[in-house]
Design a protein around this ligand. Structure first.
Ligand SMILES: [Zn+2]
Length: 78
């Protein structure tokens, strides 16, 4: 699990099109393809990542192994 530290990192990840972005809230963990339109840079900029919502994983199975119950985004459906 790699915490995404800043907006530049988030942009690099989105452009790299490699791995997955997981957004963790207190109720659920949603996994997205890196190019998903539901990963809003504005939200990231507004909230920052102090509460560790945004993470990157290289593979789906790694994310599943570490986080347990993850849900696939309904839009990008990884
Ligand atoms: Zn998505």
């Amino acid at each position: 699990m790699v915490k995404i530290e800043n907006i530049e990192e988030l942009r690099n990840i989105k452009e790299s099109n490699y791995g997955f972005v997981i957004i963790i809230t207190h109720t659920k963990s949603i996994i997205h393809n890196t190019d998903c339109k539901l990963i809003f840079e504005q939200d990231f900029l507004k909230d920052g990542n102090n509460d560790s919502k945004y993470h990157w994983f290289s593979t789906y199975s790694l994310a599943e192994k570490e986080l347990g119950d993850i849900k696939s985004c309904k839009l990008c459906n990884p």
